[in-house]
Design a protein around this ligand. Structure first.
Ligand code: DGL
Length: 273
């Protein structure tokens, strides 16, 4: 079971969920956070549904064993299969897609763009949710990017890599922004907010929706309401677990500006048969 002192779990296929950790650390600095990034299996977005759900359940079990009081499914791709995983944990689960759709539906926009992984795009989850939630007759254009998350995962701080990221961003976003004229764009994959500066430079004035902000606010509301906020006086810590490269995760955490990193540890990946 969990109580006020329990950590908050954040999971993602890779380092993308650091964009969610960043927002939670800003809004709720007193919380202790546990992060799980499945570096061995990224990109999730190019896998099939059964494999994604199995890998997600593995991470959910990890979090349940550590008694988290809330689980943030930072990964949009995993959020698409979240109903297949909820039974694994006893705490509430927050989905990135729900957060992104809630934020998009509140906007006064008639044409909304969404960029995401191919899996999220094919599921049509964003268009369906935004159209169901919005009081307007909103058009939602969705674009699935097969390479972008992987490029971002390994390119932060590397000028040649970032040039490839920007080239890929133009390839994926130009048709939606320049041709179709979307009024805003949902960053429907956690990796993309990590390169928001590049997107702003390429498309100045295009409002970007980062589901991470909404997720952090929903978490705060839940912790307040249930009296589960951590009462400790000092700031909370962040412990990162990865099935990937520990040194790379430590570097990325610094590059993204995460604070109070208590440790970065290896955790064995699930075997995919
Ligand atoms: N960052 C993940 C998301 O939000 C997906 C990246 C991937 O593993 O393909 O969808």
């Amino acid at each position: 079971m969990f109580d006020q002192h329990s950590p908050v779990g954040v999971l993602d296929s890779g380092i993308g969920g650091f964009s969610v950790v960043r927002q939670v650390q800003r809004l709720l600095p007193g919380e202790n956070l546990l992060y799980f990034g499945d570096g061995a299996h990224i990109p999730y977005g190019n896998h099939g549904e059964k494999t994604i759900a199995a890998m997600a359940r593995y991470m959910f079990r990890f979090m349940e064993e550590r008694g988290v009081k809330a689980l943030l499914v930072a990964c949009n791709t995993i959020s698409c299969v979240v109903e297949q995983c909820r039974d694994v944990v006893s705490c509430p689960v927050f989905s990135a897609v729900q957060a992104g759709a809630d934020a998009a539906a509140r906007l006064e926009a008639d044409k909304v763009g969404v960029i995401s992984t191919v899996f999220t795009h094919n599921s049509r989850i964003y268009p369906k949710k935004i159209q169901a939630l919005s009081p307007r007759k909103v058009v939602v254009l969705s674009c699935g990017c097969p390479d972008l998350a992987r490029l971002v995962e390994h390119s932060l701080g590397d000028p040649a890599g970032m040039a490839r990221v920007e080239e890929n961003l133009r390839l994926e976003l130009d048709p939606m922004v320049r041709k179709e004229g979307v009024e805003c764009c949902v960053l429907g994959c956690t990796h993309y907010p990590l390169v928001a500066d590049s997107i702003h430079r390429l498309y100045p004035g295009l409002p970007l929706i980062d589901p991470a902000e909404e997720m952090a606010r929903s978490l705060m509301t839940y912790l307040d309401r249930e009296r589960l906020s951590n009462p400790q006086r000092g700031p909370g810590t962040l412990t990162v677990y990865t099935t990937g490269d520990v040194a790379e995760y430590a570097l990325r955490a610094r590059q993204v500006g995460l604070e109070r990193v208590a440790g970065v540890e290896f955790y064995p990946p699930m075997e995919i048969v």
